[in-house]
Design a protein around this ligand. Structure first.
Ligand SMILES: NC(=O)c1ccc[n+]([C@@H]2O[C@H](COP(=O)([O-])OP(=O)(O)OC[C@H]3O[C@@H](n4cnc5c(N)ncnc54)[C@H](O)[C@@H]3O)[C@@H](O)[C@H]2O)c1
Length: 275
């Protein structure tokens, strides 16, 4: 028992991105053999290179999560190379600035925005879970971490398609945990809050960033490594009794009533209290 992942084979989708690349590096450090899977092969290969340069085994694979064919091909490649799969980290999502600008409220929702969010984020994650489970069922072991968002828990004036596509992932993960727990397979969802990866910060106007900072209970916003550590814990044996959970790593933004953090201005502050 412990946090070692020595020899385990791990696929990280979106492995070329902010959170995904941090996760690849950390899983590699803990001993996993890492498959960096992304639609952007060049960046995925650069991450695999980094993992290899720290003395660990890694490979990159091109995958487009909106294509079932591409997903099944990825699993064939991984099985051919490693013969097994221990960790499936479904981290990729479509997060382009163009999509973010068009993903507003349901009243004005453009159908293609809804469809692409569900095709990549939800259907893509489901297909990766299905293919991973085929291998894990044979092994009678394995662990899945799916990635939602704290936005999957609460209403928002914008990002209606993205947040719905992520909310479905939480329920799908509970289904997997329920149907596959007895086979030694665990599944949990990680819910990042705003995490300082490049794409997340680029998409946000300054004022919005200010509001998020106000609602974050921890002194600092999170960074990709905070999410990587959550994933690394969930896939380790230390978390062997944890399954079906949706775990927010969001500095507490999702556990309080928005705006209420500001009420501290009206009351004595804990640090002003005399011992
Ligand atoms: N960063 C945040 O603030 C934040 C907050 C909440 C949830 N999340 C979630 O965390 C995960 C990672 O986010 P990130 O901030 O690292 O984003 P990112 O944009 O840096 O990384 C996403 C990666 O997914 C890849 N990708 C996009 N479409 C794909 C497709 N069709 N097939 C395969 N790969 C594809 C991209 O190439 C990219 O490398 C996402 O699921 C995101 O929804 C992030």
């Amino acid at each position: 028992m412990g946090n070692s992942l020595e020899g385990r084979v791990a696929i990280v989708t979106g492995g070329a991105g902010g959170i995904g690349s941090a996760t690849c590096r950390l899983l590699g450090e803990r001993g996993a053999r890492v498959v960096v899977a992304d639609i952007d092969r060049a960046r995925a290969e650069a991450v695999a290179d980094e993992v290899r340069s720290s003395g660990r085994e890694a490979m990159s694979v091109t995958v487009d999560l909106s294509s079932e064919e591409s997903i099944t091909a990825m699993f064939e490649t991984v099985v051919e190379r490693f013969g097994r799969l221990d960790i499936m980290d479904n981290n990729a999502a479509i997060l382009t600035p163009e999509l973010a600008q068009r993903d507003l409220d349901i009243g004005g929702m453009e159908t293609d925005v809804w469809d692409i969010c569900f095709a990549v984020n939800t259907r893509g994650t489901m297909l990766c879970c299905r293919e991973a489970l085929k291998i894990m069922e044979r092994q009678r072991s394995g662990v899945i971490v799916n990635t939602a968002s704290n936005l999957a828990l609460q209403g928002n004036v914008i990002q209606a398609a993205y947040s719905a596509s992520k909310a479905a992932i939480i329920q799908m993960t509970r289904s997997i945990a329920t149907s596959h727990g007895h086979l030694g397979i665990r599944a949990n969802t990680v819910l990042p809050g705003l995490t300082g990866s490049k794409s997340a910060l680029e998409n946000l106007p300054d004022r919005l960033l200010e509001i998020v900072r106000e609602e974050t209970l921890t002194p600092d916003l999170g960074d990709p490594m905070d999410i990587a550590h959550t994933v690394a814990f969930l896939v380790s044996d230390e978390a062997r009794y944890i399954t079906g959970q949706a775990i927010a790593a969001d500095g507490g933004t999702s556990i309080h009533i928005p705006g209420y953090a500001r009420l501290r201005e009206f009351f004595p502050s804990p640090e002003d209290r005399q011992p």
